[in-house]
Design a protein around this ligand. Sequence first.
Ligand code: SF4
Length: 258
Amino acid sequence: MRLTENDLAPLNRRFEGAPPLDLLRFVAETFGDRAAILSSMQQAGAALCALADRAGLPFDVLFVDTGVLHAETLQTRDALARTHPNLRVITLHPEHSFAEQTRREGLLYLSKEGQERCCDLRKSAPLRRVKGRYDALVSALRRGEGGARARVQPFSIDQEQNALRVHPLHAVDRPGLDALVALDGVVLNPLHAMGFPTIGCFPCTTPVLPDEPERAGRWRHLTSVTYCGINPVDRDAHEDGIDLHDRYQALLATADQR
Ligand code: SF4
């Protein structure tokens, strides 16, 4: 039996526009330690982590250290782990160091095809190595970011991980995010105050000018690249479905009852 996007429709109707904390609570109650927050230590993810911690929800937080992140991003990870006692920050790593990868395959990030492989090796592959450990992965995508993310739903399927993706911030607009970020206890990556609206690996991230789109600083050297592909919605992937198990059946039944 497979769980498909169509099966999630009642759940998505139930949680459309719901406050982010309602979704976080629902996921924590339903999945317990089989749920995790994905964070790259940018402001939206940090706001989600602070919400969960303040509510006493004991999520694992998965952070992928690609080996080529800014020092500020690693310091943000450490500060978040130190100041959010209810969360357990887990750092995932690629198989090879960036130097070893470059020795084997060259400087991949300098071409579009190479970037796809580099992002897969350094971002997606570490996450694939925990496949099976989690049934629900929570991330900070918002419709207000535009592009493919404009159609993000509260719940979606991640076939690659055989897990649900959960988006508590799906309906949060820019002022709403600013308000969440301003709350006490949100650990902000200092790079945001240095002209980086979004943050990734240092070889592929620059500051942006005031009149540029927020993501103009990502892969600036490759004109047609906007996302790394770790999120199914950005991959524009057709997700056929994931294995249906008891926990998902219970979750769908709960949605029907509400
Ligand atoms: S963002 Fe750049 S350096 Fe980082 S994994 Fe992707 S291509 Fe490689």
